[in-house]
Design a protein around this ligand. Structure first.
Ligand code: BEZ
Length: 398
């Protein structure tokens, strides 16, 4: 085992114990020189299918830009459709690890499904990079040396949105979302952001994932004494919700806002219904930096469509893995060196450069955007360099 370096000064959690033993116990020995197997577990069907496709395409774009090698080692990608179904998650992770012998896991989109990946990473010491799912537990109570995220916590964008509304003078707002970790944790962020500016979350309205009969909730919303509504929906559900909100005639009276997923990768399908919707996210279409311009051009060339935040997160998962593998010269079993290099990485992302917090979650600007003419135009910064609180994470400061 190589010198622990940065990691040696951390408080070692159960996850680090698993990590130390992983090469001997949980993980099959990997022949050096053989391709590194990356298990890409994402939704390629269902309401989040487009999100999974963006992540996978951009991850593979990064690999292609590197000639198919990271840290000098060839990489083989194994795609698995998790259908955003938590009940199949454990079985799907086992398929990748036991049947396909994946050395690294990258996934997923859905906050419920990702917990099986986090558990496997903690127990078997397999490095995991989360390119979307915002479940706060992954980088709070259940944080672990082997668990990294290139996306966000559900709390982060919603906190930015609540804060921006309060700064605009809103005093009373409601939250609408699917009833699972992503929606509920975003509600907490929205509440905290509103509260930071002296405003109040007066009501949270929920429906089961991935239900899209929004009429009962829209009727309830119409009867509330509020000045703004915030929402978490994504993918196909977000398209439907924004259209139904406009059709219900609510947009003029109760301006619609939310975590940026509400209008991300969906604007073409939402059409005029999305015009003027304000959201907060760690990305915006027109961010003016060289990395973003090059990335958007390359992604469009490969995918024949515009990039979105999911693509950015997939691309950055490739960059983060590369940072680790460059330090170990492609050896994923040099656990501590790999972890230390990933912890220290400064990712030159299309969203702007970012680093990771002590709990392995991006510290990043949360932008305020407005949907205009089919683009999520950045109109300000809702929360600069926002870190998730990381509450309950036992990995101590280095
Ligand atoms: C989640 O389940 O964490 C999630 C899904 C889609 C977009 C954003 C978050």
């Amino acid at each position: 085992m190589v010198s622990p370096g940065n990691v040696s000064r951390r408080t070692f959690s159960a996850g680090m114990a698993a990590l130390g033993a992983a090469g001997a116990l949980g993980r099959p020995a990997v022949a050096q020189g053989a391709a590194l197997k990356v298990g890409l577990m994402l939704p390629f069907s269902g309401t989040y299918a487009a999100l999974g496709d963006s992540i996978a395409t951009a991850f593979e774009l990064y690999l292609a830009e590197k000639g198919g090698k990271l840290g000098g080692r060839g990489v083989q990608v194994i795609r698995l459709d998790d259908e955003s179904d938590p009940s199949k998650a454990v079985q799907n992770v086992n398929r990748l690890l036991s049947r396909d012998k994946a050395d690294v896991l990258v996934g997923t989109v859905h906050s419920g499904v990702v917990m099986a990946m986090v558990q496997a990473s903690r127990e078997r010491g397999v490095p995991l990079i989360i390119p979307n799912a915002g479940n706060v537990a992954a980088t709070r109570d259940l944080c672990a040396p082997t668990v990294f995220r290139t996306s966000f916590t559900n709390w982060q964008p919603a906190y930015g949105m609540g804060r921006a509304l309060a700064a605009q003078g809103v005093k009373r707002a409601a939250w609408v979302s699917w009833d699972y970790a992503a929606g509920n944790e975003a509600a907490e962020g929205f509440r905290d952001g509103l509260k930071s500016g002296g405003a109040e979350l007066v009501k949270t309205l929920l429906l089961p994932f991935p239900e899209t009969n929004f009429q009962p909730i829209l009727a309830q919303l119409a009867g509330l004494d509020i000045e703004a509504a915030g929402a978490f929906f994504a993918g196909g559900g977000a398209v439907q919700f924004v259209r139904d909100y406009a059709s219900a005639g609510l947009a003029a009276r109760i301006p619609l806002s939310g975590s940026g997923f509400l209008t991300e990768g969906t604007l073409r399908a939402q059409g005029a219904a999305a015009e003027g919707v304000r959201t907060a996210l760690h990305y915006g279409d027109g961010l003016d930096n060289a990395r973003n311009a090059a990335f958007r051009a390359a992604f469009k060339d490969r995918a024949k469509r515009e990039a979105d935040v999911y693509a950015v997160q997939g691309y950055d998962a490739g960059q983060l893995l590369a940072a680790g593998l460059e330090a170990t010269k492609g050896d994923v079993d040099a656990d501590k060196v790999l972890v230390a290099a990933m912890e220290k990485a400064r990712i030159d992302s299309p969203r702007g450069a970012f680093t990771l917090s002590q709990s392995h979650n991006p510290v990043q600007n949360i932008y305020l955007r407005e949907a205009k003419g089919g683009e999520n135009v950045v109109i300000g910064v809702a929360a600069p360099l926002l870190a998730d609180p990381g509450t309950g994470c036992k990995m101590a400061a280095t």
